[in-house]
Design a protein around this ligand. Structure first.
Ligand SMILES: [Zn+2]
Length: 75
């Protein structure tokens, strides 16, 4: 009898861990909210302008604004 209860609680714990892992994944996706207009690459929203400018120039020979029209640098 005791064994059955133990197995059930273990299953429950595993289910909980899976749920946490999934919500963490969602958070990670939300954090990536800068997207290149041209190649659709995504960048973390903490990415600084110089890195985006470099992507735009190196990958597309464009300016930051052409690749990331919605990007606003936080002053
Ligand atoms: Zn790009």
């Amino acid at each position: 009898m005791g064994n059955g209860a133990k197995a059930a609680s273990k299953r429950e714990r595993n289910a909980k861990e899976t749920k946490v892992a999934k919500s963490q994944l969602k958070v990670n996706e939300q954090a990536k909210d800068i997207q290149c207009n041209i190649c659709k690459s995504t960048f973390l929203k903490t990415t600084r302008a110089p890195a985006l400018t470099e992507h735009a120039a190196n990958k597309h020979s464009k300016t930051l604004k052409e690749c990331f029209p919605t990007f606003e640098e936080k002053k």
